[in-house]
Design a protein around this ligand. Structure first.
Ligand code: FAD
Length: 467
């Protein structure tokens, strides 16, 4: 069989399409097989549509509260159909951009489903038929799909995952969200802003259980203030259908006793994480080393089958678009004997609630667990001039440094533009910069970024705008 490609990528999400472009730039003859739209979950059913909805929701709230700034707008309303059109057009334009990039880099875009055979070739099923393709390297980037917990009634017709919620054509009067992770709290923010009565049920004792405790506490207060009914340590027991409504029975732990509660709503979202997607990826008899549904890879992203690599959500770990893209770039560099250009150990993590949340590196608590002595600097952002002007919600910036070396180890922020400001912190951690080195650079006034400076100053014992 003819070896037609240097690299054959299965899946054109942010992992797969970025890897393909990198490969083409390094001179590899590359093809991408995708059975849906390019851009994957991120561009079509994830980051992009969710952030478009969050943007519209924030704008709606800002207009409604414009009087604070002297802006009086009468009869403000939300045309949700138009919000959806804006969301869809945003994804579509970006998708076109990706298609053009693939074309411009002379990457073959194959519309079809790729299946890895046991002898290391790829069977592609397209509308025209089937074809067997061979390549020097194969990269599996098939992403993830919503995880469905084994709850009685969770598969009843009408129970939504994020995939279906994006298709909803109206604002639900009320909505139960099962899961207080990133997807759950972002959708709670969107629909509470548009006027839904949102109930959020989280089994752990706090929202966003993987992040800094202070962030979880503040977020709970802010969402409650916006009318979201939040129940933590709440385990959904069963879901039943009664007419148009779902009857959701859950047990809430209070003082070691479970109190059984029942709520009724026509709309229910299951947002309980995502699992790797390998549906139809392996031909019968093809065996790769797997661990709880994830494809196991070595440090160079090679699987247990020589020449077959995997990246992104399908290998588990941190399931984020930029992690998938960065892994894709490094995997391709390693295939070409090039030193990886990205430090994959420092991964910023962002939540686009209002205010935004962003973290990178380790928390004070995690450092303690690792036996590292730290100095933490913190500033409350209500004293920040720009936040004061724009009347932002109370927030904070925290930086964690190594007591011995002064190097930045981590940063946690909950404030306006946190998701943009976290970039500087990631650069600092990757390059082992100290608080003093970061403070050498002047910060423009008035900017939200001045809060980062204040937190760093606090670390070395002297925040200017604090008593
Ligand atoms: P995917 O994006 O899932 O792409 C995989 C692609 O492979 C898909 O297009 C699929 O159709 C295709 N495919 C699968 N099997 C085959 C096959 N056999 N043949 C051909 N094609 C196949 N991450 C962030 O970083 N920031 C965010 O703000 C963010 N928000 C999110 C919001 C939501 C609601 C969701 C659900 C996710 C969000 N994520 C976010 C996560 C992010 O979308 C994923 O981490 C990212 O898309 C993973 O990229 P990937 O390339 O590994 O896989």
């Amino acid at each position: 069989m003819e070896e037609r490609y240097d690299l054959l990528v299965i899946g054109a999400g942010p992992g797969g399409y970025v890897a393909a472009i990198k490969a083409a730039k390094l001179g590899m003859k590359t093809a991408v097989i995708e059975n849906r739209e390019v851009g994957g979950t991120c561009l079509n059913r994830g980051c992009v549509p969710a952030k478009a909805m969050l943007h519209a929701a924030k704008l709606y709230q800002e207009v409604l509260s414009g009087e604070r700034f002297g802006i009086i707008s009468k009869e403000v309303s939300c045309d949700y159909g138009k919000v959806m059109s804006y969301k869809n057009e945003t994804s579509e334009s970006l998708r076109l951009g990706v298609e053009q990039l693939l074309k411009g880099n002379k990457i073959d875009r194959i519309h079809g489903t790729g299946t890895l055979t046991k002898d290391g070739t790829v069977r592609v099923k397209t509308e025209e038929g089937e074809e067997l393709l061979q390549a020097k390297h194969i990269l599996l980037a098939t992403g993830s799909k919503p995880a469905i917990l084994p709850i009685e009634g969770i598969r009843l017709p009408g129970v939504m995952t994020s995939d279906e919620l994006f298709q909803l054509d109206h604002v639900p009067e009320s909505l139960i969200i099962i899961g207080g992770g990133v997807i759950g709290v972002e959708f709670a923010t969107v629909f509470a802003s548009f006027g839904s009565k949102v109930t959020l049920l989280e089994a752990e004792e706090r929202l966003l259980p993987g992040l800094d405790k202070e962030i979880s506490q503040n977020l709970k207060l802010i969402l409650k203030k916006r009318g979201v009914d939040i129940h933590t340590k709440a385990f959904v027991r069963k879901i039943e259908k009664e007419g148009k409504d779902f009857i959701c029975t859950y047990g809430e732990m209070a003082k070691d006793k479970e109190k059984i509660e029942v709520i009724k709503t026509p709309y229910l979202l299951s947002a309980t994480g995502r699992i790797p997607n390998t549906d139809g990826l392996f031909e019968e008899g093809t065996s790769l080393e797997m661990n709880r549904g994830r494809i196991v890879v070595k440090e160079n992203f090679e699987t247990s089958m020589p020449g077959v690599f995997a990246i992104g959500d399908v290998i588990g770990g941190i399931q984020l678009a930029h992690a998938a893209s960065s892994q894709g770039i490094c995997a391709v560099e390693l295939m070409n004997g090039v030193e990886p250009s990205i430090d994959l150990s420092v991964i910023p993590s962002c939540v686009y609630t209002d205010p935004e949340i962003a973290c990178v590196g380790i928390t004070e608590e995690e450092a303690k667990g690792k036996g590292i002595e730290t100095i933490t600097g913190k500033t409350l952002t209500h004293a920040n001039c720009k936040s004061f002007i724009t009347k932002e919600e109370r927030g904070f910036v925290k930086v964690v440094t190594d007591k011995e070396t002064g190097a930045l180890l981590g940063a946690q922020m909950m404030c306006a533009r946190a998701t943009d400001m976290i970039g500087e912190m990631g650069t600092a951690i990757t390059n082992k910069l100290t608080a003093e080195q970061l403070l050498k650079a002047m910060r423009a006034h008035p900017t939200y970024n001045e809060s980062v400076g204040e937190a760093l100053e606090d670390c070395i014992g002297g925040a200017i705008h604090a008593l």
